[in-house]
Design a protein around this ligand. Structure first.
Ligand SMILES: Nc1ncnc2c1ncn2[C@@H]1O[C@H](COP(=O)(O)OP(=O)(O)OP(=O)(O)O)[C@@H](O)[C@H]1O
Ligand SMILES: [Mg+2]
Length: 324
């Protein structure tokens, strides 16, 4: 049985087609990444799969249970950490987790043990008896993650678990997620707008754009579909220069494809290092003003670019962990 199956899952808010017919099947015990830009439909999909929102059309099952007809049973099997954590600032971390456990009907002694263990796992044992209002953003995220795990869910939903975190906190979240999956066999469904996070963490990936899945597979398989190196040449001058650049690059031997994006010609060619000199020369001969040139292995952004003609805007992780 798959952990999650969605068929034609759809949510419209009036005119807004937030989620537009999503078909996915997710194996148990995998880390599944749902990668997309702001407003692409990630949270709306999570809210439907976690029974917080009724689909406009289509259906889905989580652990074999229908998200509408068997919503209560679904809720017992899942843990959810939403994008905006609704933590009570006056409670301590330990109180908050304890309350969460009691809400699931767990007996007192069991809750105490579970809370102690979870606080250890997310490195909050030292801060357990301080009010949550004094926690940093990263600590709040970790507490929210612990709260989602209190009742031993078999499927964990994390909506942008690392957005806005500094690099160290982000690494910590990645470590817990890997550990949950490897040691406890939990299926993790996580959304992200970070290409690198999807690449590093997810075993299996769907890229979502405007409410539709536009690419699907493991990060390695998705990148392999590009099949070439990627030479990106920035082009100065008028917009028309980019057309000339693309045309000149396409005529270079071995070049398979050229795409225009954000003032650059993106050239797909099997051996980038060997072809780059000829590409630059060809552009120069075509009278094009050549700026920065880079050669890279295909990234998930190239997969996104190929499917949509655009770069994934929010795909850069903030190195300083500041404003996301
Ligand atoms: N309750 C709502 N009413 C109306 N429109 C909504 C509602 N919730 C979401 N939307 C719209 O649906 C689209 C998808 O939103 P959603 O929150 O699912 O995107 P997202 O991928 O989670 O974005 P982000 O990365 O910013 O969190 C957006 O256009 C959003 O404005
Ligand atoms: Mg969202």
């Amino acid at each position: 049985m798959s952990a999650i199956v969605a068929e034609g899952l759809t949510k419209h808010f009036g005119e807004v087609r937030a989620v537009n017919g999503i078909d996915i099947e997710i194996a148990r015990g995998a880390i599944f990444g749902f990668l997309g830009a702001n407003g692409s439909g990630k949270t709306t999909t999570i809210r439907m799969l976690t029974t917080l929102l009724k689909p406009t059309a289509g259906s889905a099952r989580v652990e074999g249970l229908d998200i509408v007809a068997e919503a209560r049973a679904v809720r017992r099997r899942i843990g959810v950490a939403l994008q905006e954590a609704g933590l009570d600032d006056l409670q301590t971390g330990r109180e908050l987790l304890t309350l969460q456990g009691r809400l699931f009907g767990m007996p007192g002694a069991q809750v105490r043990r579970r809370v102690r263990d979870l606080l250890e796992i997310v490195d909050l044992a030292g801060a357990a008896d301080r009010a949550v209002g004094g926690y940093s953003g990263g600590m709040k995220r970790r507490l929210d993650l612990a709260a989602a795990l209190i009742h031993w869910p078999s499927v964990l939903f994390l909506d942008e678990p690392t957005t806005g975190l500094d690099p160290a906190s982000r690494e910590a979240v990645w470590r817990y997620v890997n550990q949950l999956c490897a040691e406890d066999g939990i299926t993790v469904f996580l959304t992200t707008q970070y290409l690198e996070e999807a690449d590093r963490l997810a075993h299996d990936l769907a890229i979502i754009d405007e409410g539709r899945v536009i690419a699907r597979g493991s990060p390695a398989d998705l990148k392999a579909t590009i099949g070439t190196d990627v030479v990106t040449v920035r082009v100065g001058g008028p917009a028309e220069a980019l057309d000339r650049a693309a045309e000149a690059a396409a005529a270079v031997p071995a070049v398979e494809r050229v795409q225009r994006a954000d003032g650059a010609a993106v050239v797909y060619v099997p051996n980038g290092a060997r072809a780059v000199a000829r590409i630059v020369l060809a552009l120069d001969e075509a009278g094009v003003e050549v700026g920065d040139v880079s050669i890279a292995q295909p990234s998930l952004d190239d997969v996104f670019l190929q499917a949509t003609g655009r770069h994934l805007r929010a795909g850069e992780m903030p190195a300083d962990g500041g404003a996301a």
